[in-house]
Design a protein around this ligand. Structure first.
Ligand SMILES: Nc1ncnc2c1ncn2[C@@H]1O[C@H](COP(=O)(O)OP(=O)(O)OP(=O)(O)O)[C@@H](O)[C@H]1O
Ligand SMILES: [Mg+2]
Length: 285
């Protein structure tokens, strides 16, 4: 695989194909992991090759959400115990997943040899996936800000509660203070009506523009939907079980919106830096 990756990398001369999107939030429990999984599935239905990385340093649990029991996780990849193919698991709808672990930071102390190995893997991933969605933990801890910074863009998830709204704003502000240069997308989950969601996100993007001087894109609204809770209990993806549900439809619309926006940003991204794992490794140097 690595030889192949090297060859491919030489052929495309550093041009990167995939779009790296972090899913993050200020406050925990707002629906990031469910978004990452269902958005991944929605994008896959729209003919995108999607890789989902569980990089939540605190509560990595994409596997639990989907009833999967992976034998290995990202940590085994970082410390060289396992190869990419060993840890990759297949989720619903052919979605490829790199499972995470709650103690991931411990595995990030790796040797020079591992760094080289992972750099090659990084090129392989960048060339083989259209979209890489990274489920990042909640909060504004340095590690989280660093993880977000190495992605092309971030989806900041919030819910219609004052604490979640304030924490989402704090996250954007801290990213801005850290000279974050990627695109910021805002998404509100668990809304009671479209008007409620629209009102909050429009106000939020105005505050971000007025106080921080940056543009944040509104990517969508997901209604509160009991189908999602049922899907969680059954350890299945909502879009797999209830594709026609209101939340299911919202995920598909958000996928359309992201893809439309991606067309516009394509040139910028291609001229950009190396991939996720490569950038993660640069952080460690
Ligand atoms: N649209 C929705 N409608 C109804 N319930 C929802 C919705 N979105 C999320 N939930 C509920 O919120 C719970 C938490 O969701 P999820 O695990 O995706 O959040 P998270 O942001 O990843 O949490 P953490 O910060 O702990 O990683 C779900 O198990 C579900 O019960
Ligand atoms: Mg989560």
């Amino acid at each position: 695989m690595f030889d192949q990756a090297t060859g491919l990398r030489q052929r495309v001369n550093g041009v990167r194909k995939s779009r790296l999107i972090a899913v993050a939030s200020g406050k925990g429990g707002v629906g990031k992991t469910n978004l990452a999984v269902n958005l991944g599935l929605a994008l896959q239905k729209k003919m995108q090759k999607v890789l989902l990385i569980d990089a939540d340093l605190g509560t990595a649990n994409i596997d639990v959400l989907l009833g999967l029991t992976p034998r290995y996780h990202l940590g085994h990849l970082f410390n060289g115990e396992k190869d990419f193919e060993d840890i990759l698991v297949e989720g619903p709808g052919d979605l490829k997943i790199l499972p995470g672990t709650s103690g991931l930071e411990e595995y990030l102390n790796i040797s020079r040899k591992q760094v080289e190995r992972l750099s090659l893997l990084s090129s392989h991933l960048e060339l083989n996936y259209d979209i890489i969605l990274v489920d990042i933990g909640a909060g504004v801890h340095n590690n989280i800000i660093n993880f977000i910074s190495i992605c092309d863009e971030v989806i900041v998830v919030l819910v219609p509660e004052p604490t979640a709204i304030m924490d989402a704003y704090s996250l954007v502000k801290i990213l801005h203070n850290h000279q974050y240069s990627g695109k910021i997308n805002l998404l509100i989950n668990q809304v009671n009506s479209l008007q409620e969601g629209k009102g909050i996100l429009e106000r939020m993007s105005k505050v971000i523009k007025d106080y921080l001087g940056i543009e944040a894109d509104i990517v969508g609204y997901i209604p509160f939907d009991n189908h999602l809770r049922q899907a969680v209990k059954k350890q299945k993806a909502l879009l797999d079980l209830y594709p026609g549900s209101k939340a299911g439809q919202a995920f598909l619309e958000i996928a359309d919106k992201l893809l439309a926006a991606g067309e516009i940003n394509m040139m910028e991204r291609k001229s950009g830096k190396e991939g996720f794992i490569g950038r993660l490794l640069n952080l460690l140097k």
